[in-house]
Design a protein around this ligand. Structure first.
Ligand code: SF4
Ligand code: SF4
Length: 277
């Protein structure tokens, strides 16, 4: 279903949970400040050599915490450019210490093979190792790869069901988990219609894509974007009229996943068809 409403998503919107006081008396803003401080050293150390080896360019002007509500982060995925190499999956796991086991992913890649009367979808090890060329003896009418991740929904079911407010939306539109408040009840994992969450086996708290929040607040791109060799992932600021992401969305007919659920994703897809859900 065409997403002709994405311009609506860039309208300023207040954060309905971020100002809530947490149990320790710290505000959500305090948590975000701590997150930023804790990652400054890590980010600085990564200039010049990212998780999967791509060279990073230090930002001319890093985004600062005080400007959070001036931005609204989002991503476009150009399915026609994705070659299923899996470098995004590898980079994400390394950058974010995602467990190596094939049940844990912050981002993963699915392969769709469409035949005359059938559609076969697979994602061996989440695409981490790429995809075998074997087509099962049948040549598909069309085959393509669909990278997936948390959609950072504007109306996020995971936020709505969290009983302790550990899952929340930031002023700049990212949906995050404050692990220090997560009780591991899994409600959010069950509520997410995109299968984007898992229970971290080490921390026993809910985990998922953060848009590499620690990187983007230093003016860096998310690791998956930085390491994609074809430019299939476009990250940017939906509030900035001059951002390349805005131009991309203007120039391409994009779709969101499960639009009928009214979760208002901020990940937009170009080149998918109705078989992709
Ligand atoms: S994709 Fe799932 S985890 Fe991400 S914001 Fe939406 S409901 Fe929450
Ligand atoms: S790195 Fe880019 S081309 Fe490779 S699988 Fe990921 S999105 Fe596709």
């Amino acid at each position: 279903m065409p997403n002709n409403d994405h311009q609506d998503l860039i309208l300023p919107e207040g954060c309905d949970t971020c100002a809530a006081k947490t149990g320790s008396g710290k505000t959500r803003r305090d948590f975000l400040k701590l997150l930023g401080q804790a990652t400054v050293v890590l980010t600085a150390a990564r200039f010049g050599a990212s998780a999967a080896g791509a060279t990073e360019t230090p930002p001319a002007e890093a985004h600062v915490a005080e400007q959070w509500d001036l931005h609204k982060w989002g991503m476009a995925v150009d399915v026609e450019k994705c070659i299923g190499c899996g470098r995004c999956v590898v980079a994400c796991k390394a950058e974010n210490s995602v467990p190596k086991e094939p049940t844990y992913f912050r981002t993963w890649v699915e392969r769709y093979r469409e035949y005359e009367d059938d559609v076969v979808v697979d994602s061996p090890n989440g695409g981490y190792d790429g995809f075998p060329a074997d087509d099962g003896g049948r040549t598909p009418d069309r085959a393509f790869f669909v990278p997936k991740l948390c959609n950072h929904c504007d109306k996020a079911p995971c936020v709505q069901v969290c009983p302790v407010g550990a899952t929340f939306k930031t002023p700049d539109g990212a949906v995050l988990v404050d692990a220090s408040y997560c009780i591991g009840c899994r409600y959010c994992i069950q509520a997410c219609p995109y299968g984007a969450r898992y229970l971290n086996p080490v921390t026993q708290t809910a985990d998922k894509c953060t848009l590499c929040y620690h990187r983007i607040h230093k003016g860096l791109k998310p690791a998956c974007v930085e390491n994609c060799p074809t430019g299939a992932r476009i990250f940017g600021d939906l509030k900035d009229p001059n951002d390349p992401l805005r131009k991309y969305l203007h120039d391409h007919k994009v779709f969101v996943l499960k639009q009928q659920l009214n979760t208002y994703p901020k990940v937009f897809y170009y080149g998918i068809d109705k078989e992709v859900r």
